[in-house]
Design a protein around this ligand. Structure first.
Ligand code: AMP
Length: 439
């Protein structure tokens, strides 16, 4: 049908409005059709957290920039390139949190949580922000589920527990064949020897490494191992590995972590290139992948030095944690045909015809609410036919029909949607009658 000039004009304006109000780059809406997967992830995360006795913690989305500069590290991509920062009118420098570990440790120290029974087991689920080039599975706003164990003894059992809980969550979601990649980054002492060995190796190497890595070689040589540049990937083959330089204490510690994983029957591969890129990690670091996926579903590690870096009075706060990427998990669930959480389907549809019936409908629905029976309706519609059509689409078992006559007689019709059989019952008895029929 040809459009009138007025219609054309309004379409033009609409297009213009759409262009003006597109969501910002790399930020995505989670529409109602996506929610069943999110509901499932939230539900299973909470169940797993409850079982392993992790308490929920929510920290602010905005944190002082300094906790990431000091904690995550000035030479990391996250701090160097990826933080969304702002200055408040009062002059404070804040960042939209790019990750949660420094925020959790800040909260732990600020609220004196070391006075609670230790270790403290915490979990969270929330949004994070990184200014990255959007690409498959990478957003500028994304969500993570995290588990942290802070305080208490420096015990490899907690490393195994954190790996177990991330693995269990992925497995509970029925994601196929998750595998843990594992490495140890040692402690301050053995790592500094390893850093020098790594610098020696790269300095003698004739192959060219990228510009970023030439700088990293001076300030953070471990980062050369996770650079994705083609030349740097080639250059790392033959690089010395951390596991060969672990001091006896770190080697024993790592061996014990592996023994616990063996006891738990968790599948893992040692990966000497896994460095996780952040300054605060020591000893165990890990990532979890699903078969055939290049994006990690989870990543974590031990961070015993972070408390000190953020000003803890005690020299070391034993801690280990992990973060699972919600978007990555949901993308894999969908790719593997794993359904989201089914919404509880309503069994009852209320049809109203005429003003007085519409008025009675609102209080009638509340009566069903009080006994926990879900009732769907189309209160804006008027005709019986159109409402029956919607009831049919909803797939309900029964339709309740309230017309002018029924309101006058204080009655209501119950229609069995399968057989079409109808029965009139007193309005005062309808909740009881529906309850009986649903049994
Ligand atoms: P990280 O905090 O970088 O160790 O990331 C932990 C997990 O969060 C990763 O394994 C990813 O699944 C997810 N993740 C990290 N960055 C992003 C991003 N920009 N967009 C979506 N998911 C992300």
């Amino acid at each position: 049908m040809p459009k009138s000039s007025k219609q054309k004009k309004s379409i033009k304006t609409e297009k213009k409005v759409k262009m003006l109000f597109q969501g910002s780059k790399g930020m995505h809406d989670i529409l109602p059709s996506e929610q069943p997967w999110w509901d499932k992830l939230r539900k299973v995360s909470q169940e797993v957290a409850n079982f392993y006795n992790f308490s929920r913690i929510d920290t602010p989305i905005l944190e002082p920039v300094e906790i990431f500069e000091r904690g995550t590290g000035m030479t990391t991509d996250i701090v160097e390139k990826e933080m969304f920062t702002l200055r408040t009118k009062g002059g404070d420098r804040l960042a939209l949190r790019p990750e949660n570990t420094p925020g959790i440790v800040r909260a732990y120290l600020e609220h004196g949580l070391s006075h609670l029974p230790q270790p403290l087991k915490l979990y969270y689920f929330g949004p994070f922000f990184r200014y990255q080039q959007p690409q498959f599975g990478r957003y500028r706003q994304f969500n993570q589920i995290g588990f942290e164990i802070l305080g208490g003894e420096d015990d490899p059992i907690y490393d195994a527990q954190i790996i177990l809980i991330s693995f269990r969550l992925i497995e509970e979601l029925k994601i196929k064949n998750p595998v843990v990649q594992l490495n140890s980054l040692g402690c301050k002492n053995c790592r500094s020897i390893y850093r020098r060995k790594l610098q020696d190796y790269y300095r003698k190497l004739p192959a060219k490494i990228c510009k970023d890595c030439r700088r990293r070689l001076l300030v953070n040589p471990l980062r050369l191992l996770d650079c994705k540049n083609e030349n740097c990937e080639k250059a790392k083959a033959g690089a010395p590995t951390m596991l060969d330089y672990l001091c006896p204490a770190c080697r024993n510690y790592f061996r014990e972590v592996l023994e616990y994983l063996d006891e738990l029957n968790l599948p893992y591969n040692l990966n000497s290139y896994l460095v996780r890129g952040l300054d605060y990690y020591n000893r165990t670091v890990f990532e979890i992948f699903s078969e055939g996926q290049s994006i990690a579903l989870a990543g974590g590690g031990r961070y015993d030095y972070l408390g000190e870096m953020l000003g803890a009075r005690k020299s070391s706060l034993s801690a280990i944690g992990c973060a699972l990427g919600a978007e990555a998990i949901i993308e894999v669930m969908k790719a593997q045909g794993i359904p989201g959480l089914a919404k509880t389907k309503a069994k009852i549809f209320l049809i109203q015809i005429g003003k007085p019936a519409k008025k009675r409908s609102v209080s009638l629905i509340e009566k069903f609410y009080r006994v926990g029976i879900k009732v769907v309706e189309a209160l804006g519609k008027e005709s019986l036919k159109s409402q029956l059509k919607i009831a049919d689409k909803e797939g309900v078992e029964m339709a309740l029909i309230l017309g002018q006559r029924e309101v006058f007689e204080e009655s209501i019709i119950i229609r069995d949607m399968k057989s079409g059989a109808q029965e009139t019952v007193p309005l005062s008895k309808v909740v009881e009658e529906v309850k009986r029929r649903l049994r």
